[in-house]
Design a protein. Structure first.
Length: 187
């Protein structure tokens, strides 16, 4: 699949490129990003150098679609639809650069990515899943605001370089109205 560029009110979502490597490296030094995502930890510059061409290859394969979030010329984070299985399912994943957080950028980007994921002229998905390490309140609040419905806890299901964690799981269906619903682990 050819990479797709998406636009929101404040952001452009586009393929990460070589010029982003320094910002990716810097952002991924963040302890929360290392704790709550599958980025390598410790995160070295070579990881960013390897990541950029891998994203382009993953777009061609059509299984993991990652966008760099850009606010003007400022790199603001990474968002993607992953594990596109060809049968209507995918998973939303994201991290925002520490210097761009708490300004609603993630929710703004994710709304546009989700719209495109469900759109007939996008991926035409039926279901988008969200998973997070138990206790990742910031990510859970974002997912609740986006309309994801909390579906439960997956015991020791999430694996990263530190080992296994219990995970929260939530889902959003194409037909859902996206009105935030109560989450028992947040409310
Ligand atoms: C989680 C993360 C992506 C949020 O990005 P952001 O741009 O700051 O999010 P937004 O400004 O769009 O805020 C979304 C919601 O999350 C809440 N939120 C964000 N960070 C929070 C935090 N640290 N603690 C509590 N709530 C938080 C906001 O208040 C907002 O809540 P509301 O919608 O109920 O008003 C960002 O903190 C991050 O990159 N964390 C580390 C990586 C990570 O956890 N990725 C997700 C893995 S599942």
């Amino acid at each position: 699949m050819e990479p797709v560029t998406l636009r929101t009110e404040r952001l452009e979502l586009s393929l990460p490129v070589e010029d982003d490597i320094d910002a990716i490296y810097e952002a991924c030094q963040d302890a929360e990003t290392q704790r709550y995502t599958t980025v390598p930890s410790p995160y070295e510059r070579k990881h960013a150098e390897e990541f950029v061409p891998k994203v382009a290859a993953d777009w061609q394969a059509g299984t993991h679609l990652t966008w760099a979030m850009r606010e003007g010329s400022e790199f603001a984070g990474m968002i993607g639809l992953y594990r596109i299985d060809g049968r209507g399912s995918g998973e939303l994943g994201y991290w925002v650069s520490p210097w761009s957080r708490r300004r609603g950028l993630l929710v703004e980007a994710a709304r546009t990515v989700i719209d495109w994921g469900f759109a007939a002229d996008g991926l035409a998905l039926d279901r988008i899943e969200w998973r997070a390490v138990v206790g990742n309140i910031g990510s859970a609040r974002a997912a609740r605001t986006l309309g994801f419905r909390y579906e439960g806890t997956l015991r020791q299901a999430l694996v990263d370089s530190h080992g296994r964690d219990d995970g929260w799981i939530a889902g959003l269906l194409a037909a859902d109205d996206r009105t935030p619903h109560p989450w028992p682990v947040l409310d």
